[in-house]
Design a protein around this ligand. Structure first.
Ligand code: A3P
Length: 294
């Protein structure tokens, strides 16, 4: 994973990103050999594609719309992030100790997902977000999250993203890899833009995929509880539990804008043209298409 070793909070910090990431690498064998269970549900995304949003939707579905149950713990603890180490306990150990059925989270590209998820034929939900909004969100996340490498300027980060020199690698390969994988595996492939456009329709797809049947009233409750505005105020979903030394929401809140098309406020005309040219090349041989605006 290129770009992993570029940041450092300094020696006085209690969290040193290099070490955190080093320990992901050190523990890679353990991650790769993770033992999935047949009733595990894996939530998969490229970082900043709407992971937390789908996690809340899934949790609400699994708990029949019971908001209090969904406030039992932060997203981070409800759904172990299998390859990540900080903060708190190593997520793999959290996952191992968790009773079934588990819902787990990963940002790994398809080729790096522990093989037992395929062997156990686990259900997987993938959420993809258009490249430009995903990139903008990722840039601001790098600014506020001290566990991430320094993003540099917007122009610099844009280049790194296009080159795949960022944490979790190349966005283009990620979305295409998972798109292809759905041909042979039990994967529900969703789009952030669709969720934004018609949450009811998309949540119904999730219900069907999870073989759940809920009353209309419960469905409406889930839609309301998982709106951006409500989630922004939910301390169990908005990552404000992280100390400012890890996530500084005063730089940019985790629940930042939650919209489609914010990229227009970031790209210059020249950057946009260059990005589009490169995008066309990288995405030429796939049936996968995205909406950059609604
Ligand atoms: P922005 O930075 O564009 O606002 P992830 O959970 O994968 O890290 O993704 C975070 C992005 O999803 C952020 O995007 C965040 O605001 C957005 N998001 C989180 N919850 C959302 C919701 N309920 N509705 C719309 N967007 C949401």
């Amino acid at each position: 994973l290129p770009g992993l070793f570029q940041s450092d909070l300094g020696e006085n910090s209690f969290l040193i990103p290099k070490m955190a990431i080093q320990s992901v690498c050190d523990r890679w064998d353990q991650i790769w050999n993770f033992r999935a269970r047949p009733d595990d549900l894996l939530i998969t995304t490229y970082a900043k594609a709407g992971t937390t949003w789908i996690q809340e939707i899934v949790d609400m579905i699994q708990h029949d719309g019971d908001i209090e149950k969904c406030k039992r713990a932060t997203t981070y603890l409800r759904h172990p992030f299998i390859e990540w180490v900080l903060p708190g306990p190593f997520s793999l150990e959290l996952a191992e100790a968790m009773p079934s059925p588990r819902t787990l989270k990963t940002h790994l590209p398809v080729q790096l997902v522990p093989p037992s998820f395929w062997e156990q034929e686990c259900k997987i939900i993938y959420v993809a977000r258009n490249a430009k909004d995903n990139l903008v969100s990722y840039y601001h996340f790098h600014r506020m999250n001290k566990n991430m490498p320094e993003p540099g300027t917007w122009e610099e980060f844009l280049k790194k993203f296009m080159a795949g020199q960022v944490l979790w690698g190349c966005w283009y390969d990620h979305v295409k890899g998972w798109w292809d994988a759905k041909e042979n595996h039990c994967i529900l492939y969703l789009f952030y833009e669709d969720l934004k456009e018609d949450p009811k329709r998309e949540i119904q797809k999730v219900l069907q995929f999870l073989e759940k049947d809920l009353e209309n009233e419960v469905l409406d409750k889930i839609i309301h509880h998982t709106t951006f505005e409500i989630m922004k105020d939910n301390p169990m979903a908005n990552y404000t539990f992280q100390p400012p030394a890890v996530m500084d929401h005063s730089i940019s809140p985790f629940m930042r804008k939650g919209t489609v098309g914010d990229w227009k406020n970031h790209f210059t005309m020249a950057q946009n043209e260059k990005f589009d040219d490169d995008y066309r090349k990288k995405m030429s041989r796939t049936s996968l298409t995205f909406r950059m605006e609604l």
